[in-house]
Design a protein around this ligand. Structure first.
Ligand code: 3SL
Length: 235
């Protein structure tokens, strides 16, 4: 079996294969927000790629989260901060979500054998499940507007490291080999390692350092969101 990583939704067609579990990664902040939402009782998340689609759902009275360039989009219920997805206003609800990168990655991979959501918040549960699942794994980094970004790569390295320490069933693709080394450099203090990364700087400039700190905190939930019939649900 193989574990490989793809650095951008645009590259996904190159890596696409049958019988592969695709892990969607957007550490800052979409996949962290999604894991948080399910931990806090959200029933379902309908990911949509465009603001236009999100508007259609808003008109049908859905609760809608929309983010572009790190900011909440005007006219929607909230943006993409994980802290928006905690509390009674989300419990038991179906939420529609569109974000700059994370929901684009979900859209790109939605026809894969299985699509699940990964973040530092659910990393242990995710790795245990991936090992048990016994299938090829593709770690799909959402990046930033189809470019590489560091925090998604560090997380993909963390998953590779964890899985290869716990199981010898997986061959590592070259990207995963490189990411394992990257993670070795980052693991002592991921927040510090990311200091000059573009998206951390972008979010810091928007006073969102607390979001960054939270998104880099491992194991806040055992929930693994999975994509089924057009929506994310708890596995
Ligand atoms: O692109 C995304 O999916 C977002 O997570 C980006 S941001 O962190 O909300 O800026």
């Amino acid at each position: 079996m193989k574990i490989d990583a793809c650095f951008s939704p645009h590259l996904y067609p190159v890596y696409k294969a049958d019988d592969t579990v695709v892990v969607i990664i957007d550490i800052l902040r979409a996949t962290s927000a999604i894991c948080t939402a399910f931990e806090h009782g959200v029933e379902k998340i309908i990911p949509v790629a465009t603001v236009e689609e999100a508007h259609e759902y808003k008109h049908k009275k859905y609760l809608v989260g929309a983010e572009r360039n790190g900011l909440p989009v005007e006219g929607f219920d909230f943006g993409n901060s994980p802290f928006n997805y905690m509390g009674d206003h989300v419990k038991g609800k179906t939420i529609v979500l569109t974000t700059t990168n994370g929901t684009q990655a979900i859209e790109a991979a939605k026809d894969a054998y299985k699509v699940v959501i990964g973040s530092f918040l659910n990393i242990d549960a995710l790795c245990s499940w991936l090992i048990k699942e016994d299938k090829n794994i593709l770690l799909l980094c959402s990046g930033w507007k189809n470019k590489f970004n560091l925090e998604d790569a560090v997380f993909a390295g963390a998953v590779t490291d964890e899985i290869s320490n716990r199981s010898d069933k997986f061959n590592l693709g070259d990207a995963c080999l490189a990411l394992k080394y990257l993670y070795q450099m980052a693991k002592e203090n991921p927040n510090k390692f990311l200091t000059h990364s573009s998206h951390k700087e972008r979010l810091s400039a928007l006073n969102l350092k607390e979001d960054v700190r939270y998104c880099l905190t491992p194991n806040q939930t055992k929930v693994i969101p999975i994509y089924r019939d057009g929506a994310l649900v708890k596995m």
